[in-house]
Design a protein around this ligand. Sequence first.
Ligand code: GTP
Ligand code: MG
Length: 262
Amino acid sequence: MELTSLITNVVLLAIFGAIAYVVLKGLGIVGTKKPAIAEITERGTRRVKATREHVLICGPSGAGKTALINYLATNEWRETVSSLEGTKATFNVSAKVSQGETNNEPVSKTLKLKYVDVPGHTHFVEEMLDAAEAASAIILLVDARDQVSISHSVEYLYELLNTCRTVFEEKLPILIVGNKQDLSNAKKATTLEIDLEKEMDELKRVRVATMDEDQEYQGYIESLKGSFEFKNLSDFVQIGEASIKEGNVDEITQFIVKRHLK
Ligand SMILES: Nc1nc2c(ncn2[C@@H]2O[C@H](COP(=O)(O)OP(=O)(O)OP(=O)(O)O)[C@@H](O)[C@H]2O)c(=O)[nH]1
Ligand SMILES: [Mg+2]
């Protein structure tokens, strides 16, 4: 008799426990999994935990993004037209890199990686920021002989450093490339650097003046006290040169391979 009532009590307790768990789970009190990506939609307040599985190629329209992705994939130069949508592709990229401190002889390394090229039009900015937050490295292309392209590239850099909290806090490597060095009036990396710094200060002035007072998150550029200087970001932002047309992409391939070597 006693054994029967004990079993009955255990069964009743189990049923009660199960009902309580279902009710508490429904209320979100128990059993809720911590999301990998915080569910706050405001980009600046969100830090994205991503798998970092692609190299992002971004920058203003006409800078040479599609030309670069084609060249890296095929080793051949092809004329391109402005893209209407992004491109995703996986292919091998090789570069000669030095190994460690004891052996200075550069050796050739080949890595298979995924690449994403996001078109340089304003309606792709959100797509570009999503791709940037999940990237393992970022290549920001600029048409180095075009002042408009240089000004627009600063807007991209502003978004990457100021709006993408993940990019700045995780110091995702960024290579800014002054492309079209085969053209006589293309700016070299040193001149480009000075130009970009000046343009960034001007853009910061405008953006801070029009900033929303209730804005929760202040990005790197907005919270800068003095002038914008690349030397303060030298641990993850570099400036290089290329001529995709002439196959001069060594700085780009070295950047990619070095970044992904284990
Ligand atoms: N002279 C020269 N022209 C280049 C070079 N790289 C690209 N171009 C040309 O620049 C133009 C724009 O190149 P794209 O690769 O289509 O530019 P994009 O950045 O993909 O532009 P969107 O798709 O509009 O965002 C094309 O006419 C290319 O042939 C280069 O190194 N030298
Ligand atoms: Mg394109």
